[in-house]
Ligand binder design. Sequence first.
Ligand code: C5P
Length: 245
Amino acid sequence: MKSEGSNFMDTNEKFRNMLAVAFDIDSRESALNLAKEISEFVGIAKVGLELFSSLGPSIVFELLDHGFKVFLDLKLHDIPTTVNKAAKVIGKMGISYTTLHTVGGLEMLQAGVEGLLEGSIVAGNDEVFPLGVTVLTSDKNAGESELLYRANLARQSGCKGIVCSGLDLKIVENAVSDLVKVVPGIRDADDLPDDQARIMTPGEAINSGASILVVGRPITKSADPRMASEKIYSQIVNAFKETLN
Ligand code: C5P
């Protein structure tokens, strides 16, 4: 039988796994310090182009050892064979999420999904999510039909989720209702938008159907990353409870 304590742990785990922090930094020391500070409230460490270019797979393994699920965000976009082989290597690392750019087209996406699943089996990992990147949240000009087209491509190719802005969630809702929706461009009312053009607060994004929020600078550039991550975690919990009422 589960104790009350273990129920709390399960709930905490569920909400931690709705928050991905973008480790957009280039040093191992800073990445591991950040990992220590935020791990109570954050379940997913997103390793992007900067950190991966700087440190390679070793930082992925260190973050996995730290207990994070890893989201390797390299937005693969190349010929299908190259994407297939790269995705297979990525899968072998034991990561949980990785991105393929839908601009690469159906054949490329299918090749990427196949490679990722194959690699993940080698790693003994049956919980991996290939994500199709639809429209960058910094893009001010992408139209609705392009967004829908790309979301549908992701779905047809076997991607288990998409990345889109919070403002796009309503538009793709019916097309990809069964996929995971990963949403960057998250900012509180008092945060700077930085280079993000299409932003939403954590609560608004959850209420609009986001499954996972990606937050970078509001946490990594904060004077107190632990407190900043707790603040967003609490907003996720509150918004989630509202959607149940
Ligand atoms: O610092 P900030 O919260 O803007 O970071 C957002 C993160 O999400 C960055 O790592 C960026 O690469 C990523 N991302 C994005 N828009 C997408 C896909 C990924 O901002 N469509």
